[in-house]
Design a protein around this ligand. Structure first.
Ligand SMILES: [Zn+2]
Length: 253
């Protein structure tokens, strides 16, 4: 089965509701074309009893769905390097970033005749994964799409993308999938970043202190900044529609 992630979840929940799981015998799913968290992926997999799921990125301007495909090693997307050249550039300077560093995907098509693209800025953020893949294929890989370059904000001289925060939070089962980032400046000119997250559905407020410490530690390790953390009840933040506003910048520019 090949579908978008939200269609996959809808289908999985419907299969569960009607008790059809043992009748459908679905083994593998290719899903993509939108941001989906690891927790969403696990939920689809559990509900349908799938053996494996593979992420498929796509872009209308670039051959449509399927500009690459995840493999069984589940560590990045093998992209079709014989069909387009992929460069990862710093969105501000437009200089190439090091392999492994996050930047904007810039593509040049090799086989498109009608609407060829030359160093086309996709605004999608990812990084090159330079290490050989465990699956044995030699087709190069980029990481999953982390977000959009136009969503970037700067906090204490660090460029941060909401997708990076999402990626750290998705690994923590104790919190819900929604979050907000609030940026403030104190009277002394100091910038503060408050990360507002939800307890998960079974969470207990007595654990808030240790949860706060854990969120701070993980963010610090991966994004090099220390946020203030505010924990709210499950369902306390607006649910994601097509594009939920997550960053609230109250600093004066
Ligand atoms: Zn592979």
């Amino acid at each position: 089965m090949c579908c978008t992630a939200s269609m996959g979840l809808l289908l999985a929940e419907e299969v569960q509701r009607r008790g059809l799981r043992d009748k459908i015998r679905l083994k593998k799913m290719i899903y993509g074309s939108e941001r989906s968290s690891d927790s969403m992926r696990e939920r689809i997999r559990d509900l349908l009893g799938l053996e494996a799921m593979y992420d498929i990125p796509g872009m209308t301007e670039l051959y449509g769905p399927g500009t690459g495909l995840e493999c069984s090693a589940r560590r990045g997307i093998h992209y079709w390097a014989d069909y387009y050249i992929l460069e990862i550039l710093d969105p501000d300077t437009l200089e190439p970033v090091e392999d492994g560093e996050v930047g904007e995907m810039v593509v040049t098509t090799l086989r498109k005749e009608g609407v060829p693209l030359i160093r086309y800025r996709t605004r999608d953020l990812t990084s090159i994964i330079p290490e050989p893949c465990k699956c044995g294929r030699i087709i190069p890989k980029h990481d999953r799409i982390l977000g959009r370059s136009d969503d970037m904000f700067i906090f204490r001289a660090v460029n941060i993308y909401p997708g990076q925060i999402d990626s750290v939070l998705s690994e923590m089962s104790q919190i819900g999938s929604e979050f907000q980032v609030i940026l403030d400046r104190t009277d002394h000119g100091m910038d503060n970043m408050t990360l507002r997250v939800e307890r998960n559905i079974n969470g207990n407020p007595v654990d808030d202190e240790s949860l706060t410490d854990m969120v701070k530690k993980r963010i610090k390790e991966r994004i090099m900044v220390t946020p203030l953390v505010e924990i709210v009840d499950y369902g306390g933040l607006p649910r994601s529609e097509r594009k939920t506003r997550r960053v609230f910048d109250n600093r004066e520019n």
